[in-house]
Design a protein. Structure first.
Length: 266
């Protein structure tokens, strides 16, 4: 999916070098429909340039900074030298991510719809999360909730979430904590079991979170949480431990949450 409008001065754009002249370089903008820019020889590299071809080649993918836009004359002035290595790497990755997202859109929604409907769906994702890629990423992490504020139909949301969860690689973090559970009351093992079921959430854990509780060594149990970010992971860990402690205390037992393992053997 390419933009139909024009870039703004100061934007970073991805382009493919189409033509090299003595006075500069013509670049086809990869993210925009039918847009072409010019890198004047003075903007190709710092210092004096004897031969432009010593610095660029036809077909090369480059990241440029937009210096000026003249829509009336359909002219876009670009600079290659004003883009540093970090900006170049970050922009190329962003561009590649959007190409992936275009492919995911094809998998999710292209069957039986026209270009106008396709664009409308894409714009809903972009409007909600800033880019097509981030829209799919949030759908993979948070499911239908990530798209609840859009004008997408239930069927469209379901298809996007399903496609996202099959294709998007989401970075996750892992945190671990421990809870000691002791129950000298008559409920004994049954009370411990209730506390462990409470720690596991009784089916109430968010879809984007994996949580498991394992026995380490009496009276210690390990709680492992995998989540999209540390804030969520830490919150789920503490809530899990608190549920276990509350449950065991309801049986007149004792519970304590701690971050480091206390038993010597697994």
């Amino acid at each position: 999916m390419k933009f139909t409008g024009w870039p703004d001065p100061g934007d970073l754009v991805v382009g493919k070098i189409d033509e090299i002249e003595d006075f500069g370089v013509f670049v086809d903008l990869e993210e925009y429909e039918d847009k072409r820019g010019l890198i004047h020889i003075s903007e190709v590299a710092s210092g004096w340039i004897k031969n432009v071809r010593d610095h660029v080649r036809e077909g090369q993918i480059v990241v440029c900074k937009v210096l000026d836009v003249d829509e009336g004359h359909e002219q876009i002035d670009l600079s290659l030298k004003d883009v540093n290595d970090h900006q170049r790497s970050e922009k190329i990755q962003q561009w590649k991510n959007e190409q992936k997202a275009d492919n995911w859109m094809d998998l999710a929604v292209t069957e039986g719809i026209d270009d106008e409907a396709y664009t409308a769906i894409a714009n809903e994702l972009i409007g909600a999360h800033g880019s097509l890629y981030d829209g799919f990423k949030q759908a993979a992490i948070h499911g239908e909730e990530a798209l609840s504020g859009t004008d997408l139909t239930d069927e469209e949301i379901e298809s996007i979430v399903e496609t996202a969860r099959e294709n998007v690689s989401v970075p996750y973090v892992n945190v671990t904590g421990y809870v000691d559970l002791e129950n000298p009351s008559p409920t004994g093992v049954d009370g411990i079991r209730d506390a462990l079921e409470a720690a596991e959430g009784n089916g109430g854990i968010p879809d984007e979170v994996d949580l498991e509780v394992n026995y380490v060594g009496a009276p210690e149990y390990r709680i492992k949480v995998k989540a999209p970010n540390y804030k969520t992971a830490e919150a789920q860990l503490e809530e899990s431990a608190q549920r276990a402690v509350t449950a065991i205390e309801g049986h007149d037992g004792d519970g304590e949450f701690h971050r480091e393992r206390r038993t010597d053997d697994e």
